[in-house]
Design a protein around this ligand. Structure first.
Ligand SMILES: [Zn+2]
Length: 273
């Protein structure tokens, strides 16, 4: 296994840190979209009606009505984003990045990093952000904050008064709005954030950079191979992976890579010790 002391030095010396955070990091925050544990208990009606038993499957499913869909989405957004408190792992990451120039590219879509207090302009939510909504027409009519919609639905659910009128509509074309996530072909990534991320990469090509991979797995390959390729390309960059083993690193990166073959929690705790 790689050596934490060496990686601490790399981070201390770095001009910038780029964090890639995937499914494993969402799990640290309690959101495991592939887990069957508790789903049927919490969402029994949805589980029976649509034969879905994980959050991931339920998000992929088109429900019979938009109000039913928004009721379900609202409970998720409330639980994982509105009621969110940063866990120990996230606190450790904050400590590591405290005095660093950084950028976070993440496939987690529950607004964790923004809620934890990282700079919004330094985050690219590659798979969207479910505290925002988009037009369901398939035309890009922009994104809107959906947190007030979520609160209205929660109130209506409590009062047993959910109606189709509560479903938010696009201001441009009056189509129902849906979560800003790649649930179908209507997804348009946040181009401004994507552009900021690209500028950050370009601006740091010649600088000392540590890429810190946290819980990126096969569910978001976009954040894995392309980043390894960039590190291979720029000799002053280093690659630190929570989940990969040293043996999994490309041969030409061996001296500039550290793999811990564990989870994000373990790595971040060790790096802040
Ligand atoms: Zn529209």
């Amino acid at each position: 296994m790689a050596d934490f002391t060496k990686v601490k030095e790399w981070i201390k010396d770095a001009d910038a840190v780029i964090v890639t955070a995937g499914n494993g990091m969402a799990k640290e925050e309690g959101l495991d979209i592939l887990s069957e544990e508790n789903f049927d208990d919490q969402f029994g009606k949805i589980a029976d009606k649509y034969d879905v038993h994980t959050i991931g499957d339920a998000l992929d499913k088109k429900f019979d009505s938009w109000s039913e869909q928004w009721s379900f989405w609202s409970e998720l957004v409330n639980e994982y984003s509105l009621q969110y408190e940063p866990c120990e792992t996230m606190q450790a990451l904050k400590q590591i990045l405290k005095d660093k120039d950084y950028f976070i590219a993440t496939s987690t879509f529950a607004h964790f990093f923004e809620n934890a207090g990282f700079k919004e302009n330094s985050i690219f939510d590659a798979f969207g952000d479910w505290t925002k909504m988009q037009c369901s027409s398939g035309i890009n009519h922009g994104q809107k904050d959906d947190r007030e919609v979520v609160k209205r639905f929660l109130k209506a659910i409590k009062e047993n008064n959910v109606t189709e009128d509560l479903v938010p509509k696009c201001e441009d074309c009056n189509s129902p709005m849906e979560l800003h996530m790649p649930l179908n072909a209507n997804f348009f990534p946040d181009t401004d954030a994507n552009t900021r991320f690209r500028w950050f990469l370009t601006g740091n090509e010649d600088k000392k950079v540590v890429v810190l991979e946290l819980g990126v797995d096969e569910t978001s390959p976009q954040l894995l191979d392309p980043m390894v390729k960039l590190v291979e390309q720029f000799p002053n960059w280093k690659y630190v992976a929570a989940d990969l083993a040293d043996e999994d690193m490309p041969d030409d990166l061996k001296k500039r890579a550290a793999g811990f073959a564990t989870n994000s929690h373990d790595v971040l705790m060790n790096l802040t010790k």
